[in-house]
Ligand binder design. Structure first.
Ligand code: IPM
Ligand code: MG
Length: 356
């Protein structure tokens, strides 16, 4: 079982370390780790945010554990060399079109939610975000209008097959949950969304047991804070999914808690090839100080075991150990506590060992 470890920049290196500690504690036989540079680290080491060597390591693996990318020192370099291009490049190159971002309330953390505790308590949803299309990957340009004004362009587009395959993922995800899909779009304004809605309806007809509702993204943003417990599987495009998943993290309590899986069509010997990363970024403001919350990366490692290595029992063990650690009040600064990055990692490991 090969895992490519790409820690990236900032707190990504610190949180990945803790996730590896947790994986190590499981003593999985046949686990092989390889390491690669990405983001600003890749740019500094090899002159590119996604060096060829790193892409090769990623392709050869059964799964990728990814930290975070982004570095203020790169703010002014050309777009194709910016750290973010590493994660966008990996998603695109590896065909990882399906991004699963679960958000679930943790017992004991209700008070940390940006929402009232009685509202936050009910959160148990998963955002199914399309990851390789939309305005993220449409044509981009800068031009100067005849009258001298500068203009920027980003094309938003979806082809029907792109919508169809992510819709199937959402409906299949709903089969294993409460059999409801909320498809989020902006069909009152965008043609892209009108096609999205049409195709989602077509796919829905293949899943008569699943209830489908459509919701405009502005309303979805409102419902996510008003009654998040009413949402279950939220199917949406790349841009809306990016925004709503950050919002969902604050409803749970901290962006340091939410994990994600990015999956494609390729199977491995053990499951589906995928990349696993916290939804947070590299947090340069707290990087290198041992202050980052590693839970999102640890939970991403659990998703890796589940989806790519077929190790459901071990995934659940990690998730239980994380929940227990939080319930015991081992919290980082993001959750009003004082525990440091490695202290939190150690606390998860000790609970893992006592429950397994
Ligand atoms: C995310 C991040 C990325 C995105 C950035 C780093 C390009 O915000 O994974 O949510 O926008 O997809
Ligand atoms: Mg984001």
């Amino acid at each position: 079982m090969k895992i490519a470890v790409l820690p990236g920049d900032g707190i990504g290196t610190e949180t990945t370390q803790e996730a590896l500690k947790v994986l190590d504690a499981l003593r999985l036989p046949n686990l092989e780790l390889s390491h690669g540079d990405v983001g600003a680290a890749g740019y500094r080491a090899k002159g590119h945010p996604l060096p060829e060597e790193t892409l090769a390591i990623a392709r050869e693996a059964d799964a990728i554990l990814f930290g975070a990318v982004g570095d203020p020192s790169c703010d002014n370099i050309e777009r194709h060399l910016r750290p973010e291009q590493a994660v966008l490049g990996l998603r695109k190159e590896l065909g990882l079109f399906a991004n699963l971002r679960p958000a679930k309330a943790f017992a004991g953390l209700e008070a940390m939610s940006a929402l009232r505790a009685d509202v936050a308590r009910d959160i148990d949803l998963v955002i199914v975000r399309e990851l390789t299309g939309d305005v993220y990957f449409g044509e981009k340009k800068r031009e100067t209008l005849p009258d001298g004004r500068r203009q920027g362009w980003d094309l938003m587009n979806y082809a029907e097959d792109e919508v169809r395959r992510i819709a199937h993922i959402a409906f299949r995800t709903a089969q294993g949950r409460s059999k409801r899909v909320t498809s989020v779009d902006k069909a009152n304004v965008l043609e892209t969304s009108r096609l999205w809605r049409e195709v989602v309806e077509e796919v829905a007809s293949e899943y008569p047991e699943i209830a489908l509702e459509h919701m405009y993204v502005d309303n979805a943003a409102m419902q996510l804070v008003k009654a998040p417990g009413a949402l279950d599987v939220v199917l949406t495009g790349n841009l809306f999914g990016d925004i709503l998943s950050d919002q969902a993290s604050m409803c749970v309590g901290s962006i340091g808690l939410l994990a994600s899986a990015s999956l494609g069509e390729r199977s491995t010997q053990y499951g589906t090839f995928g990349m696993y990363e916290p939804i947070h970024g590299s947090a340069p403001d707290i990087a290198g100080q041992g202050l980052a919350n590693p839970m999102a990366t640890i939970l991403s490692a659990a998703m890796l075991l589940r989806h790519s290595l077929g190790l459901e029992a071990q995934a659940q063990q990690i998730e239980a150990a994380v929940a227990q650690t939080l319930a015991d009040g081992v919290l980082g600064g993001d959750l009003g506590g004082t525990a440091g990055t490695s202290e939190i990692g150690d606390a998860v490991v000790s609970r893992l060992l006592t429950t397994s």
